[in-house]
Design a protein around this ligand. Structure first.
Ligand SMILES: Nc1nc2c(ncn2[C@@H]2O[C@H](COP(=O)(O)OP(=O)(O)OP(=O)(O)O)[C@@H](O)[C@H]2O)c(=O)[nH]1
Length: 464
């Protein structure tokens, strides 16, 4: 928190009869949802907490401020007492150490105690420090046996500062390790693109679109919400059920949207999203082996942070959902496939894929030959190729396998060259798709999916 004025107010009246949003699962679920709020220093995490506490939601919400660091052993918890009640401060005792590593179990116990002490606690917000990597929290809160009945991880919300995001992202390119700002986006279920009032008004449309694109390059599954002072629709940030394998509709919606948000740029060595979208049913045991090689053994330099998917499983009429955070994964039958539905496997991975870089180049210029923005330079001795700005998607088998651009040749030096009559169609493989194939080529004997493998081979003949 920046100063005391930013602290949540000590007395908040909540009108129990006012429900601006509702969730159909609330009645049949006794566990208390935990929303982890992350974001870089000063992005607006406390502003969001304040906004939620003051919202008309009729919920009793506990806030845990996680000032974790080596020297901190206690957590400050604030509980909004509900109708007519005050906001009560409590201390949640944690052993010394960083929550990411040594005090995980203390956190679990502290949360359980909190839930048991307070009857009818509806939700918990866990605000982390700006330097925290949410991965260990996600793993511990999601599938901890002790927690199963008491609390559940609802979602990870990352607040980013629209003014500084590009600077923070640009810094990490070409590095082999990433700042926490990148991890926070990679693990987010919802990204609040905050402080949009500070982006220059003349260019705000373009710039904000560009920022959203950058966020989706890292994590195309994240739902991005633009905001000023974190004033967002509360139904988009509370009760998201992002880790609930049985909450299929939301997951399917995300995967559907993802098809149209595939990463188009392939930066060196970065955190990004890869997807697989294939129609033929898979053998569940073999998918498990394949996943374990990727998630546990980090096969071929793949380091998966987060994974979501739906599977069409052989000899089963059930749509299966897949969720993974780091090495923990879960595949469950969620519901029956509907007769009118096309059965598909859709899996999205977010993480680092170091060895999945396609061998890609352009006419007259190597991919390494980039300009300041990471785009390939298309200059030649006598002039340069300039793209006309229109990018067409190349769709094959329901997936975006590539992109087509029209380039025009200009004689002379940019930007004052003279337009010639030469035109070139530039075809690029979608790196996300290519890498997905790279993942599957390694497992083609495992997947027992002959047509799919044949397609990979055909595809390789064309592009390999
Ligand atoms: N202009 C502008 N300022 C904002 C916005 N949101 C938050 N702020 C201000 O940004 C500053 C930081 O906000 P906080 O909510 O304290 O950020 P934080 O992420 O909790 O900060 P740390 O706890 O230090 O990491 C405060 O002065 C806020 O008033 C916004 O949308 N626009």
């Amino acid at each position: 928190m920046e100063d005391d004025e930013e602290d949540p107010p000590l007395a908040v009246r909540i009108d129990e009869t006012t429900h601006e949003f509702s969730n159909s699962h609330e009645n049949d679920d006794v566990s208390v949802g935990v929303t982890v709020i992350t974001g870089f220093l000063g992005a607006g995490k406390s502003t969001l907490v304040n906004y939620i506490l003051n919202g008309k939601h009729g919920k009793r919400i506990a806030v845990i401020l996680n000032e974790f660091g080596e020297e901190i052993g206690v957590e400050r918890a604030m509980i909004n007492e509900g109708e007519g009640g005050a906001l009560v401060e409590e201390w949640v005792e944690l052993a010394n150490g960083c929550i990411c590593c040594t005090v995980k179990h203390s956190l679990v116990q502290a949360l359980e105690q909190l839930v048991q002490r307070k009857e009818r606690l509806d939700h918990i917000l866990l605000e982390t420090t700006g330097l925290a990597n949410p991965a260990p929290l996600a793993s511990v809160l999601w599938l901890d046996d002790q927690l199963e009945s008491a609390v559940r991880l609802d979602s990870i919300i990352t607040v980013v500062d629209a003014k500084n995001l590009l600077f923070q992202i640009d810094k990490y390119r070409h590095l082999s390790s990433y700042p926490e700002a990148i991890h926070q986006i990679a693990f987010a279920d919802v990204v609040i693109l905050n402080k949009v009032d500070l982006v220059s008004p003349e260019r705000s449309g373009d710039s904000l679109d560009e920022l959203e694109k950058e966020i989706h390059e890292i994590n195309s599954l994240a739902h991005v919400i633009r905001s000023v002072r974190c004033q967002v629709d509360l139904s988009e940030v509370l009760n998201c059920r992002a880790y609930d394998a049985t909450h299929v509709t939301r997951l399917e919606g995300l995967l559907e949207e993802h098809q149209y948000k595939s990463s188009q740029n392939l930066h060196d060595n970065n955190v990004r999203t890869l997807s697989i979208c294939e129609p033929l049913a898979v053998n569940l045991d073999k998918v498990r082996l394949w996943l374990e090689e990727i998630l546990w053994d980090k096969k071929d330099g793949m380091d998966v942070y987060r994974c979501k998917g739906v599977l069409s499983v052989k000899h089963s009429d059930q749509l299966h959902t897949l969720q993974a955070v780091r090495e923990i994964y879960e595949i469950v039958p969620a519901r029956k496939w509907r007769t009118e539905e096309k059965q598909m496997n859709k899996i999205v991975f977010i993480g680092e894929f170091k060895n999945c870089k396609p061998d890609e180049g352009y006419f007259f210029t190597q991919l390494e030959n980039r300009d300041g923005k990471g785009q390939p330079k298309r200059t030649t001795k006598s002039g340069y190729w300039k793209d006309t700005g229109k990018v067409e998607q190349i769709i094959w088998n329901n997936s975006i396998v590539g992109f087509k651009k029209i380039l025009v040749f200009y004689e002379g030096k940019p930007p004052t060259g003279t337009r010639s009559r030469w035109v070139m169609h530039e075809f690029r493989v979608n790196p996300s798709y290519l890498s997905a194939f790279a993942l599957d080529i390694t497992t083609q004997t495992e997947m027992e999916n002959n047509d799919f493998c044949a397609e990979i081979k055909n595809w390789k003949k064309i592009h390999g």
